[in-house]
Ligand binder design. Structure first.
Ligand code: UN1
Length: 512
């Protein structure tokens, strides 16, 4: 343990738990330790300090990932899968340690933190299977004695920028697939979640070492936004997969486009749900409360806009408000707590500003919104999730505020409400609660929800890894995780093979 780390190991049980979890994951604290500490959102106390990488160190890390690429590219995909398989086993073994780190750094409840680690294990499983299924196609050629085929090849170095709210799962979605696809990965985690990242990276290092894969295939950058920009601008990075705000996406996108690199963007969400007259209200209530208040409203998939049919609006809204009144808000490590802290003061200020704007724009706060536990934790920001009745979609409802604020509006006509639902710049997740199949089908059709994710009788959050995850419009258009998302990490090579002994030209062209 370095002097710095010893010095910061005060009488803080939280920091002690973090240090123990890191060590259990095989982290060499002397190698990563330093002076850059971040406060836990649970108490505001500093956790374990880390080093910050210099500009040269960032360039060198990208260089190592680029140097490791040819050998990794040439490793058969099913063998690449074995590295991810071992990583998945280690993630399973250390599930509790990783969850401890996620709770300490993000403030998630243990159940949600364990769920996040489970997402990593699930994507590792999926990627192992995918490693034997990087299927190409053959197409009929218009020329006799010719064959056309499409083969998928690795891209190169993939840069992953992950957000604080899913500090490990989203990295794993990208990395498990990128690795089986033959790419190498450079990871820039969120500033506040470097410790979780260090642990996850140490487990991957172990999997890599045990299987004899090239060491350089995974690189971790302990850096800030400037370091991140440097990686994004680096021509050696073939694909930048970034999760975060629309503002961040607007910075990353053009820089990568300018050098003709690729991006996979998962940006803002402003997710809506429609409660139809035929909805099972018991089920809708639970779906709404988890999606809107879970993770303290800090998921990209959090439910932020609720459209309730006027025939059930009073009844459902009253029940949602009653449920919110009893939600246990507090230290997520306390049994029974369902709503942990906001990540930091800035987030609290944004929550307060949004509530003020909503009220100025005609909204009425029905429950929540106030800060709680400020005496006990002056440096932590707990709020009771808020329900705000809005007369219509005023400007604030079009904005994503990364906090637990649920705007409730009523509707009478499905076509009208679908148009309202789609009338926001973001397009990540959406839901309808209905027992009317025709209504559900209309919502799922091309004329229905314009989001990347459209659910029936479940909330907007909590997607499984088997489907492609991502969204349209300002959400950025990227798809990660399951389905065909793996193709984003590869390049198609279209190949024509002529075994005719002649040289007929396509389209009937004659030349020599
Ligand atoms: C995110 O908030 O960036 O669907 C990811 C969900 C989780 C992933 C959220 N499986 O809510």
């Amino acid at each position: 343990m370095t002097e710095t780390l010893t010095r910061t190991s005060s009488a803080s049980p939280l920091a002690d738990d973090v240090r123990a979890a890191l060590e259990a994951c095989g982290v060499d604290l002397t190698a990563v330790g330093g002076d850059s500490t971040v406060a836990s959102p649970i108490t505001g106390e500093p956790l374990v300090g880390t080093r910050l990488d210099s500009t040269d160190a960032i360039d060198a890390a990208v260089g190592r990932a680029a140097a490791a690429f040819p050998a990794w590219r040439d490793t058969p995909a099913p063998l690449r899968g074995q590295v991810v398989k071992r990583w998945g086993e280690l993630l399973t073994e250390h599930k509790q340690h990783l969850a401890t780190l996620v709770t300490a750094e993000v403030g998630k409840t243990p159940s949600e933190a364990l769920g996040e680690v489970q997402e990593m294990i699930d994507i590792a499983d999926l990627a192992v299977g995918q490693s034997r299924q990087l299927f190409g196609k053959t197409m009929p050629s218009e020329r006799p004695g010719h064959r056309l085929q499409e083969v998928w090849h690795p891209l190169g170095v993939v840069g992953v920028i992950s957000a604080f709210n899913f500090p490990v799962a989203v990295y794993a979605w990208n990395t498990a697939l990128a690795l089986v696809c033959g790419d190498t990965v450079v990871w820039k985690p969120a500033d506040v979640t470097r410790l979780s990242a260090i642990a996850v990276d140490a487990l991957l290092a172990r999997a890599v070492a045990e299987s004899g894969a090239p060491e350089g295939i995974h690189q971790l950058l302990l850096t800030d936004a400037d370091g991140s920009k440097r990686m994004v601008a680096d021509r050696r990075v073939a694909l930048v997969s970034a999760t975060g705000s629309v503002r961040m996406g607007r910075e990353v996108g053009p820089v990568v486009a300018e050098r003709f690199g690729r991006t996979l963007l998962e940006l803002g969400g402003n997710n809506g749900a429609i409660i139809a007259p035929s909805a099972d209200l018991d089920l809708a209530l639970r779906g709404v409360v988890f999606a809107a208040a879970g993770t303290a409203g800090q998921r990209c998939t959090t439910l932020r806009r609720l459209f309730v049919h006027s025939s059930v609006a009073d009844q459902l809204t009253k029940r949602v408000v009653a449920a919110y009144e009893t939600l246990a808000v507090g230290d997520p490590r306390t049994e029974g707590v369902l709503v942990g802290p906001l990540v930091n003061r800035r987030s609290f200020e944004a929550q307060q500003a949004a509530l003020a704007a909503a009220q100025e724009q005609g909204g009425t706060v029905l429950v929540g919104g106030d800060r709680e536990l400020a005496d006990e934790h002056p440096d932590a920001y707990y709020v009771r999730p808020a329900v705000v009745s809005m007369p219509s979609q005023t400007p604030i409802v079009h904005e994503e505020t990364f906090a637990p604020i649920l705007y409730v509006m009523t509707y009478d006509d499905l076509d009208v409400v679908v148009a309202e639902h789609n009338a926001v710049p973001q397009g990540l997740s959406s839901a309808i609660f209905t027992s009317d199949q025709a209504e559900a089908e209309r919502f799922l059709s091309a004329a229905g929800s314009d989001c990347g994710i459209a659910n029936v009788n479940i909330g907007t959050s909590g997607a499984e890894i088997g489907g492609a995850f991502g969204g349209e419009k300002e959400t950025g258009g990227g798809r990660e995780s399951g389905s065909d998302a793996w193709k984003a990490y590869m390049r198609p090579s279209t190949q024509t093979i002529n075994y005719s002994g002649q040289l007929p030209l396509a389209q009937g062209v004659t030349f020599i």
